[in-house]
Design a protein around this ligand. Structure first.
Ligand code: FE
Ligand code: FE
Ligand code: ZN
Length: 299
């Protein structure tokens, strides 16, 4: 079985899915993830079917399976916020429809944040929202992402995710996206990934895992921070991430890098260079390259 690996890529209104595929190919990826517009807002343009079909042709030529491509819902949508619950539901309904038009089968969603309620009420609100959104005829599964537990974020434990999923009626349309940085920051030690996966399997079930976000972390175990680091340069470390990526039980699951862009030099703050081509290379070779940052900067 071939490793299914890619990264976050951009999606611009000018070339849409076709541009995303081209970017993924430039990294040597065989899958990818994108937001259908800006991640921090809910403004969305219409989908150009001709660009979509040209993207399909390019994917076919390069053995990219559309079934493994991921959309990420905008992170400002919060099904736990009772004040704009109706807006969130109607936006996500449309977003699922957009995925369906594009032929995308998986949409990652941050479960939500308990901004004006208890955590328990937040979990209930999220399940209710999901039941409204998933009452459709689309073949699109929503993957709830494991969260770092920053602020009032919910979904930082498998128990919380289980509570949400237990109350979702449409079990074939719901799943989970494991994010290694978020797991670490939530207090799950990636060094003991087999044990974590066992716990997940007992509580929720491995078959619910539809995507893995592979990120190193800038912070220590249980820090509840959510700051991603390049592969091998953080507190999780290269070998532990390789163990996750090549886990036999997760062979079929797409692995997506969301590691930070690299700055021009140590003093610069501008994120200049995407690291993905280099990180994918290291992952395929299963060998950490000490010159990673220098190589990415091209010096
Ligand atoms: Fe995310
Ligand atoms: Fe993530
Ligand atoms: Zn994150």
């Amino acid at each position: 079985m071939e490793l299914i690996i890619g990264s976050h890529v951009s999606y611009k209104n000018s070339d849409q899915l076709l541009g995303s595929v081209k970017e993924a190919l430039s990294y040597g990826a065989n899958t990818f993830m994108f937001y259908t517009g800006a991640p921090q807002n809910t403004m969305r343009g219409s989908i150009d079917l001709e660009l979509r079909d040209r993207a399909y042709a390019l994917m076919k030529e390069n053995n990219i399976d559309i079934d493994k491509v991921i959309v990420h819902a905008p992170y400002i949508v919060n099904l736990a916020n009772t004040e704009n619950f109706d807006f969130s539901v109607s936006f996500l309904k449309k977003e699922v429809e957009r995925c369906s038009i594009l032929g995308i089968k998986y949409m990652v969603l941050h479960p939500g944040s308990a901004v004006n309620s208890s955590r328990e009420e937040a979990l209930t609100s999220i399940s209710e929202g999901l039941n409204l959104i998933l009452d459709n005829n689309y073949n699109v599964r929503i993957l709830l992402e494991t969260m770092a537990g920053k602020g009032n974020e919910v979904g930082k434990t498998f128990d919380e995710l289980k509570t949400i999923i237990d109350n979702v009626k449409y079990k074939d349309k719901i799943g989970v996206c494991l994010d290694t940085c978020h797991l670490n920051d939530a207090g799950y030690n990636i060094k003991e990934f087999d044990y974590i996966l066992d716990e997940f399997d007992k509580k929720i079930g491995i078959k619910y895992i539809g995507c893995i976000h592979v990120n190193d972390s800038k912070n220590i175990l249980g820090s509840h921070k959510d700051r991603h680091e390049n592969i091998g340069l953080g507190t999780i470390g290269f070998d532990n991430l390789i163990n996750v990526i090549y886990n036999k039980k997760l062979e079929n699951v797409p692995k997506i890098l969301e590691t930070p862009y690299v700055t021009k030099d140590d003093n610069s703050k501008d994120k200049e260079y995407p690291p993905y081509k280099y990180e994918i290379d290291m992952i395929r070779n299963k060998e950490f390259n000490n010159d990673l940052i220098r190589n990415i900067r091209g010096n």
